[in-house]
Design a protein around this ligand. Structure first.
Ligand code: PMP
Length: 417
């Protein structure tokens, strides 16, 4: 298979040099070039429409990162944007008092999400997971937190520890997805002082295979939380409004006490929610404090309600699941037929191609080559983070993508390493 032509990225790269003099690292964290293939991926995007994005140099891509999750319908989704514009023009959105739309959204979540008796609206996923932990600690009057998954950038869970005093995370202990014995042994030691178990209900560790619960894992976690009297928190930031309208908890039939929702909830507008059982959430009435200037702003609530309306009206998730089912099946077959030592994992709305590790670490070059060939062919996927599909990925887009995956794998299969 012929090597695809390198992309013209000169504007992006020059802008990045300027950015580095203005912002530490030029761009933040997960969007930095080392998270892609350096020199092969664009750094700045200027436009998005449907499932496509356009970079500063005018290259267009079919995008499978979906802004790291928020894009569930598509970029620049007219109906959602029009609802937001109408709110700006007809009412306004930033006030000294709360707008009644907050109740409308909370009622909507209550009708869809099994654990959502009450809701608190915040802005980011990290806001929501951190608030959930504070509520659990306030409610139980206990200290320890047992965690599994990525939960954001705040002090209690950030992976990079610079600037964070150890006392802010030393009571937070980690266990692995699907490792019920690991969780149980932590609880044997710390159970009576454990405030919360927080877990992503679907396993999506960075750069590793995606994992569904095995052997009744989530129910066993639920049972352990009950046995030790700790609050069970599902971090549904990625699964919410994607796996099902009621999140992974509705999909797998295990109800936590509290959950964090965000990302896909408003098709890109910034909102997240802590939802949970009334008797636990009530602690945030007095003892646990939460307030922020922008939390009650209504634009993203309008966007959330409109997004959810479209998700329900057009059976969006049903469509994503059925298209994703074929996409995942084709991807498995394509990878297997290529002979490249790679694996496909995931569920229809979220899928990932990971490269099998070898002692000589040749997989790193193979991975770089594969994702280089793919981006040059106009398919935007991330080497260390799974992909998502959104409603605007048409069957033709998905088939075209599969052809590009096939060519890129063939390139790797034919190269000598
Ligand atoms: N939890 C999960 C499962 C996430 O995937 C993320 C973001 N990737 C977060 C929490 C943090 O969300 P945010 O980046 O919006 O703060």
């Amino acid at each position: 298979m012929k090597e695809a032509h390198p992309l013209k990225l000169s504007r992006s790269l020059a802008e990045f040099e300027r950015g580095k003099t203005l912002t530490p690292g030029g761009v933040l964290g997960i969007r930095r070039p080392y998270n892609f293939v350096e020199g092969e991926y664009p750094i700045y995007v200027t436009d998005g429409q449907g499932c496509r994005i356009t970079d500063m140099d005018g290259n267009q891509y079919i995008d499978y990162l979906c802004a790291y999750g928020p894009i569930i319908l598509g970029y620049r989704e007219h109906e959602v944007d029009e609802a937001v514009i109408a709110q700006i023009k007809d009412h306004g959105f930033c006030f000294s008092l709360t707008q009644p739309i907050q109740n409308v959204l909370a009622e909507k979540l209550r009708s869809l999400i099994p654990s959502a008796e009450m809701s608190i609206f915040v802005k980011t996923g990290s806001d929501a997971t951190s608030l959930a932990i504070r509520i659990a600690r306030g409610y139980t009057q206990r200290l320890k937190v047992l965690r599994c998954g990525y939960h954001g950038w705040h002090d209690w869970c950030v992976e990079v520890k610079g600037g964070v005093p150890p006392k802010l995370f030393e009571d937070v202990l980690e266990f692995h997805y699907n490792d019920i014995d690991g969780l149980e042994s932590l609880l044997k030691e710390h159970g009576s002082d454990t405030a919360a178990i927080i877990i992503t209900p679907f396993g999506h560790p960075l750069a590793e295979k995606l994992e569904e619960p095995r052997d009744n894992f989530l129910q066993k976690v639920r049972d352990l939380a009950d046995h030790y009297g700790c609050v069970l928190i599902f971090d549904e930031i990625r699964t919410g409004f994607r796996m099902s309208l009621g999140g992974a908890q509705a999909h797998y039939g295990v109800t936590p006490d509290i959950s964090a929702f965000g990302k896909a909830m408003a098709n890109g507008y910034e909102i997240s929610a802590v939802v949970g059982k009334q008797h636990i959430m009530a602690i945030a009435e007095k003892e646990v404090f939460v307030s922020s200037t922008f939390f009650p702003n209504s634009l993203s609530m309008v966007a959330a309600l409109k997004t959810i309306e479209i998700l329900e009206r057009d059976n969006v998730l049903g469509t994503i699941w059925s298209r994703g089912e074929k996409f995942l099946t084709d991807m498995r077959a394509t990878v297997q037929q290529s002979g490249v030592p790679a694996e496909v994992s995931g569920i229809p709305p979220m899928q990932f191609i990971t490269f099998q590790k070898d002692p000589e670490k040749k997989y790193k070059q193979k991975r770089n080559d594969f994702f280089t060939q793919l981006i040059r062919r106009g398919v935007f996927m991330q080497p260390y983070h799974h992909g998502y599909i959104c409603y605007r990925h048409t069957p033709a887009d998905l088939d075209h993508t599969m052809a590009m995956i096939r060519e890129s794998l063939q390139y790797v299969a034919e190269k000598n390493y």
